[in-house]
Design a protein around this ligand. Structure first.
Ligand SMILES: [Zn+2]
Length: 245
């Protein structure tokens, strides 16, 4: 029953800027269409090279406002998701049961960052356990419809892609939401060690990366996704992506 679904989508990302970088376009697109989207950061990014948890929380709120999504934090230890897997699973189950999303999105299993891999494992388990009656959290059980993954291995190409979302209309929003994390990028008033995000090449790389995925579907910018299950074609008379503009 459609009514039993709360949020349209729940996005789970390990660190406070992962969601924006990897799935900001899809989140902004859904939000722009009036859908309720929740972004759950697993950690506060307290192990990050730059910024403090307090500053990062403020930046995260601003980025969520730009994208048009609700944002929560699961309070898991930065750098320690894999070593606190049971806690991570439990927090994700609680979030799924609270927001009752139609769709769940998280990191793919092929990633260079241990926290991303840890969250991938936790979310896959939680997706199942959220619907298990005797896994008790004091909430009603819930089974979302679909589980999807976004790609974060920046030195890797995805092992496969199931769909690419056209994010051209919301590209500026995505970039602005990333830049809202001022302590992490070249924000004014923040000094600190250089990281991947403070590198001059960052914006060029983002542009090229998402421009490349856009080029594969004949649009300016695209975000690639993987689906845990087959995508049903509800109307076989209209194949996706072949409509005349
Ligand atoms: Zn991350």
């Amino acid at each position: 029953m459609a009514d039993s679904h709360g949020a349209h989508a729940l996005f789970l990302a390990a660190h406070p800027d992962d969601g924006e970088i990897l799935a900001g376009g899809l989140m902004a697109s859904m939000a722009a269409a009036g859908r309720r989207v929740v972004l759950a950061d697993a950690t506060r990014g307290e192990m990050g090279t730059r910024g403090t948890p307090e500053i990062r929380e403020e930046e995260a709120s601003e980025a969520a406002r730009i994208l048009g999504v609700e944002r929560i934090n699961l309070g898991l230890p930065d750098g320690g998701i894999s070593s606190h897997l049971d806690t991570a699973v439990r927090e994700v189950v609680k979030a799924i049961r609270e927001f009752r999303p139609l769709m769940v999105f998280t990191h793919s299993g092929t990633d260079h960052h241990p926290d991303h891999n840890g969250l991938y494992t936790a979310v896959r388990r939680a997706f199942f356990l959220a619907n298990v009656l005797k896994y008790e959290t004091g909430q009603e059980r819930f089974l979302p419809s679909r589980l999807f993954y976004f790609f974060s291995g920046r030195h890797l190409l995805p092992e496969r892609i199931d769909f690419i979302a056209d994010i051209s209309p919301v590209w500026d929003k995505k970039v602005t939401s990333i830049k809202a994390h001022r302590s992490q990028v070249h924000g004014s008033g923040f000094d600190g060690p250089e990281t991947y995000l403070t590198n001059d090449l960052t914006w060029h790389r983002l542009e090229v990366r998402f421009g490349y995925f856009g080029s594969l579907i004949d649009v300016r910018y695209g975000e690639p996704y993987l689906s845990e299950s087959f995508l049903r074609l509800d109307d076989p008379s209209i194949l996706p992506g072949v409509m005349r503009p």
